[in-house]
Design a protein around this ligand. Structure first.
Ligand SMILES: Cc1cc2nc3c(=O)[nH]c(=O)nc-3n(C[C@H](O)[C@H](O)[C@H](O)COP(=O)(O)OP(=O)(O)OC[C@H]3O[C@@H](n4cnc5c(N)ncnc54)[C@H](O)[C@@H]3O)c2cc1C
Length: 436
């Protein structure tokens, strides 16, 4: 199976972000050294790896979780925090590929993922992690009938709880003339994602998962009937291995080559005592339904209200100064009255996309499992994948089988990157033409 090696890197703390500024610093968990044995070695400490590890442990298996940097250091600890049903791929495309019945079953898994996040938070008594409820999808073009059809379809066939808002109702919530209509998904909510990863880490440790940070796995190879998972200073011998390394460079070449890293950006304003709360009165998640759209939400902390604004994708990382300026312009384009808003935090993160835009969740050779490529829709789907893989290793494969139509496939290397960037430019142009 194999593999290629990475040079050893020191574990860095979490990326500087609004979330990190609110998270109590903790010592790095000790890295792997010497030999350990476990039923399962999980590689990658984002929400895919964390949830899988927690659920494996709940099913009575011994687990070692190995993370190159810090738990939650990747996309999981720095995303927009929107938790909602569905996948990165839209339902029409999923239906075309797998048929309506399988599409409904997959959708039900994605809803289970939303419920999982919510119940994990509430069972731990950590409602402070949830910042607001509901998701308002707005459109900038005038084809409100299309939005109604989308709402109707999700309500009729996928049991979604959606409410249509006309232009006047949207402008009652958002002080801008740019949107023509909207739909609220009442089951969504938003969270502090780094606080959530720290919570799942605590639950893992409490349930006996052995966690090692600062442990980059360079090689996964067979050892008799088991696997040997190697870092620079240690090894784990395990019956099963789960690779959950997403876009940050994993040890299994076939998996890594199936996942295209796509960067996206987030900024958070300085506490702003002017009128953010009057301009944006809706306190849930907000996205425009453009093909490459904005997503934003109001944050409330001890200093007052802030605006978190995310958007844009690229296959290259931009300079942070450009990043802040670009998103600042995007904010002013929608809310000119916030044109002088001051930005305090700006950061980027990598999402992993497969060509089919669906998660890759399965067993790629006996005992070697993968849970990756959640794209920009990972908060619920990593939970769905964690449950599916843990079930499969514990002997029940029904959930995992539902992902069977979406296997590993070549992401296209640098050609794939150019193609993604070109596609993004095409989508932005199409949105622009729509809105004229
Ligand atoms: C800016 C941004 C905004 C987003 N907004 C949202 C949102 O609002 N809602 C939503 O649902 N989704 C959102 N997403 C997507 C979501 O964050 C991801 O889909 C999800 O977090 C992926 O989880 P993961 O565990 O697969 O990957 P990650 O969280 O990236 O974790 C992978 C981990 O593997 C580790 N690793 C890599 N290689 C090795 C190795 N060789 N050995 C050991 N460890 C290794 C990395 O260090 C990393 O910590 C967003 C993503 C970004 C970047």
């Amino acid at each position: 199976m194999a593999t290629h090696s990475h040079s050893r890197q020191d574990a860095s703390p979490h990326v500087s972000s609004y979330y990190a500024s609110r998270t109590a610093p903790r010592d790095r968990i000790e890295s792997l050294s010497g030999m350990e044995e476990a039923d399962v070695a999980v590689v990658g400490g984002g929400l895919a790896g964390l949830t899988t590890a927690l659920e494996l442990s709940a099913r009575g298996l011994s687990v070692v979780l190995l993370e190159a940097q810090r738990i939650g250091w990747g996309a999981s600890g720095r995303n927009g925090g929107f938790v909602s049903q569905g996948f990165a791929q839209n339902v029409d495309a999923i239906e075309r590929r797998v048929g309506i019945e399988r599409a409904k079953q997959l959708h039900a898994l994605s809803v289970d993922g939303v419920r999982y996040v919510e119940s994990t938070i509430s069972n731990a008594g950590r409602k402070d992690i949830i910042g607001g409820r509901g998701w308002l999808h707005v459109i900038r073009h005038k084809r409100t009938q299309e939005l109604r059809q989308w709402q109707q379809k999700l309500a009729d066939q996928y049991d979604a709880d959606l409410e249509f808002l006309d232009r006047a109702a949207v402008s009652g919530l958002l002080e801008t003339g740019i949107y023509h209509a909207g739909v609220i998904d009442h089951r969504s909510f938003h969270i502090d994602p780094l606080a959530y990863t720290e919570l799942v880490l605590e639950l893992c440790v409490a349930s006996g998962v052995r966690v090692h940070e600062g442990t980059r796995i360079s090689d996964i190879g067979p050892s008799g009937t088991e696997y040997l998972v190697r870092s620079a200073d240690g090894q784990v011998r395990a019956q099963n291995v789960v690779v959950a390394t997403s876009a940050y460079g994993g040890p299994v070449r076939a998996v890594e080559q199936s996942v295209l890293p796509v960067a996206t950006y987030v900024v958070v304003s300085r506490s702003y005592d002017a009128n953010i709360g009057d301009v944006i009165r809706y306190r849930g998640c907000i996205t425009d339904q453009r093909r490459a759209g904005d997503y934003y939400r109001i944050l409330e902390d001890d200093h007052g209200l802030r605006l978190l604004w995310g958007g844009r994708i690229t296959t290259r990382r931009s300079e942070p100064s450009q990043l802040v300026a670009m998103l600042h312009n995007d904010i002013a384009g929608v809310y000119p009255q916030l044109g002088d808003i001051e930005i305090e935090y700006g950061w980027s993160g990598l999402m992993g996309y497969a060509r089919h835009k669906m998660p890759i969740v399965g067993e790629i050779s006996p005992g070697l499992f993968v849970a990756t490529a959640f794209g920009g829709h990972g908060l619920n789907t990593t939970a769905a994948a964690g449950l599916a893989v843990a079930d499969a290793i514990a002997g029940s494969r029904d959930r995992m089988a539902l992902f069977g139509n979406y296997g590993i496939a070549w992401g296209g290397g640098w050609l794939g990157r150019i193609a993604t960037q070109a596609e993004y430019m095409r989508l932005r142009l199409a949105d622009y033409i729509d809105e004229i």
